[in-house]
Design a protein around this ligand. Structure first.
Ligand code: NAD
Length: 485
C-alpha cells in the first residue's frame, strides 16, 4: 500500500486505531492506497481528555498571540501547496488545478483567522455616570467538526482556523473516504507552533459522529454533508443541549435568460456543473433555460463535448456513486429527456479501474423528474425550459434545498428579480458558482443548512464564542441614579 494506515491524532501524538478499518481508494484507478481506522466512543473520550488538558492554556492565551500560529501556518500551506494538492488528488481523485484551488481557499480562510484580533475587539460604554458596561468574548471550550468527502482540506479549513484562533480546542472528524489530508494538517499546525491537544483528529464513521454529539465535554458541533445526516446530527447535538450548525446537501439552479452573453453563460454554467466533477454543494445542477435560449444550449453542449475525463474532469468518489449518477441519467432518458451529451461509461486509458462519469447534458427535463429534484452529485446538467423568469423562479423556489442560485443575463431588472426572488442563501449574477470570498460567510437556506448563521466569515465569530457582559463601577463619588446604585 502506498500510505501506511491513517492514525488518530490525540494530544499531539499519532495513535494507531482499530480493530475496525476501511480501505481507502484512489478513485482515479480504484487502487487501495491506505486504510482508515474507525474510532468509537472511547477514542472520542480520549480526544476530549487531550483537549481538556490543553484548554486552560490555550483559552488563556491572548488572541494576538494565538493568531501568530496561523500566520506561520499560512506560510506553511503556501510552501507545501504542491504536496498537499497531490495528496488530495490521490485520496479524492480531483484534478491538479482543482486540488490546488482547495489549498488556495484554505490559505484564504487562514488569512481571515489572522485578522480576528482586528474584528473581535470588545465594546465599552459609560452607561451611567462612572458606570461602564463592556462586552468580552470567550471561547466555548472543546468543539468538534464533522466533514464530508468532497473537499478533504477546504471544508475542514472552514472551521479549524477560526475556532482555534478564537480560543477553542478542536476535534476534527474527517470523512472516512478521504482521511489522509488530516494528518498533514495536524503536522503543519504543530510545526506552526500550535500546542499539543489544541487540535485533535478522530477517524471514524457514524459511531464517532454520534459519540461527538453525545459527549458532555464537547460544547459545539459543526457538520457538513448530506441533508439527511445534517438533520440527524443537528437533532442529536441540540438534543444534548450543544450549539450546532449543520450544512446539508443542495440542488442549485442556474437561470439563463435569452439576453445572456452566450459565451459567459455557456462557459459559466459548464464550469459550475462539471467542475469538481459536480461533487460540490455549489454545483450547478439544473439550468432553467428561459424562452429563446437554444443558441446557448447548443454552445454549452459543444463545449461539454470537449472536456476529457481524466484530464479536465476527475472521477467520482465510489463505484456506488458512479452507478447512482448513471441511474439518474438513464431514468430521465426513459421518462423523455433528451441526452445531448452522454458521459455514461466514460473510461480513461490506463486507468480502467477508475470511477469516471463524463460531463452529461440532458434537455427537456421536466421539473417533476428525479433528475430535476434530487441531489445527483455528479457532472450532470438537467435543462428545464420555462417561458419566463417568473416560471423559472417558481421552479427554483419549489426545491426544498437552498444553497445557491445564479442568473445569467444582461438585464439589471432580471438580475434584481433573481437576487430577491431566489430561495437560496448564496446568489450569483453572471457567476456560476457564487461562493462568497472571505470575509463574507458561507451558508445556504432551507434544507441546505440547520442552525443559525454562516459557517465562515464574521458569522463564525458568533458561533465559536460566547459573550460576557460586564458592568463596573470604580468611582464612589460618581453621581448615582436608578441604574447605578
Ligand atoms: P455524508 O452525509 O454521507 O457524510 C458526511 C459526514 O457524516 C462524514 O464524516 C460521515 O462519516 C458522517 N456520516 C455519514 N453517515 C452518517 C450517519 N448516518 N450518522 C452520522 N454520521 C454520518 O456526506 P458526503 O457524502 O461525505 O458528502 C457529500 C454531501 O455533502 C452532499 O450532499 C453535499 O451537498 C454535502 N455538502 C454540503 C456542503 C454545504 O456547504 N452545504 C458542503 C460540502 C458538501
Amino acid at each position: 500500500m502506498k500510505y501506511p494506515d491513517a492514525r488518530h491524532y490525540l494530544g499531539g501524538q499519532f495513535v494507531a486505531g482499530g480493530p475496525r478499518f476501511l480501505d481507502v481508494h484512489n478513485p482515479a484507478d480504484g487502487q487501495v492506497i491506505s486504510r482508515v481506522p474507525l474510532g468509537n466512543a472511547a477514542t472520542v473520550a480520549a480526544a476530549v481528555t487531550a483537549a481538556s488538558a490543553a484548554l486552560p492554556g490555550w483559552a488563556g492565551t491572548p488572541v494576538k498571540e494565538r493568531v501568530q500560529v496561523f500566520f506561520r501556518y499560512k506560510t506553511l500551506l503556501e510552501r507545501h501547496i504542491g504536496e498537499l494538492a497531490g495528496l488530495i488528488t490521490e485520496e479524492h481523485g480531483k484534478v491538479k488545478g482543482e486540488a490546488e484551488a482547495e489549498i488556495l481557499k484554505a490559505i484564504e480562510l487562514t488569512e481571515f483567522a489572522c485578522s480576528l484580533p482586528q474584528l473581535i475587539a470588545g465594546e465599552v460604554l459609560e452607561v451611567s455616570r462612572g458606570v461602564e458596561c463592556r462586552l468580552e468574548r470567550y471561547p466555548l471550550g472543546i468543539v468538534a467538526a464533522i466533514n464530508p468527502f468532497n473537499f478533504p482540506s477546504m471544508v475542514p479549513h472552514w472551521t479549524i482556523p477560526n475556532a482555534i484562533a478564537l480560543g477553542n480546542c478542536f476535534i476534527m472528524k474527517p470523512s472516512e473516504l478521504v482521511p489522509l489530508s488530516a494528518a498533514r494538517i495536524a503536522e503543519l499546525l504543530k510545526e506552526a507552533g500550535l500546542p499539543d491537544g489544541v487540535f485533535n483528529v478522530v477517524h471514524g464513521d457514524r459511531e464517532v459522529v454520534e459519540a461527538l454529539c453525545d459527549h458532555p465535554g464537547v460544547s459545539a458541533v459543526t457538520f457538513v454533508g448530506s441533508t439527511k445526516v445534517a438533520q440527524a446530527v443537528y437533532r442529536r447535538a441540540t438534543g444534548n443541549l450543544k450549539r450546532a450548525l449543520c450544512l446539508g446537501g443542495a440542488k442549485n439552479h442556474v437561470i439563463v435568460m435569452p439576453d445572456a452573453d452566450p459565451e459567459m453563460a455557456s462557459g459559466g454554467v459548464l464550469a459550475a456543473m462539471a467542475g469538481c466533477t459536480g461533487q460540490r454543494c455549489m454545483a450547478a445542477s439544473v439550468m432553467v433555460a428561459v424562452s429563446a435560449t437554444d443558441h446557448i444550449v447548443t454552445r454549452l453542449a459543444e463545449q461539454a463535448r470537449t472536456l476529457v475525463a481524466g484530464r479536465d474532469v476527475g472521477p467520482v468518489i465510489t463505484p456506488m456513486a458512479k452507478a447512482r449518477i448513471e441511474g439518474f441519467i438513464t431514468e430521465a432518458e426513459r421518462q423523455g429527456a433528451r441526452v445531448l451529451v452522454d458521459g455514461r461509461g466514460a473510461t480513461v486509458p490506463g486507468k480502467e479501474g477508475g470511477w469516471y462519469v463524463g460531463p452529461t447534458v440532458l434537455d427537456q427535463v421536466r421539473p417533476e423528474m428525479a433528475l430535476a429534484q434530487e441531489e445527483v452529485f455528479g457532472p450532470v446538467l438537467a435543462i428545464v425550459r420555462t417561458p419566463g423568469l417568473t416560471e423559472a423562479l417558481a421552479v427554483e423556489n419549489a426545491s426544498p434545498y437552498g444553497n445557491a442560485c445564479s442568473i445569467f443575463t444582461e438585464s439589471g431588472g432580471a438580475a434584481r428579480a433573481a437576487m430577491e426572488g431566489a430561495s437560496a442563501g448564496m446568489v450569483g449574477v453572471n457567476v456560476g458558482v457564487p461562493v462568497p470570498r472571505e470575509p463574507f460567510g458561507f451558508g445556504g437556506w432551507n434544507d441546505s443548512r440547520f442552525g443559525v448563521g454562516d459557517i465562515t466569515g464574521k458569522s463564525s465569530i458568533e458561533f465559536w464564542t460566547r459573550t460576557k457582559k460586564i458592568t463596573t463601577k470604580w468611582n464612589r463619588e460618581a453621581g448615582t441614579n436608578w441604574m447605578s446604585k
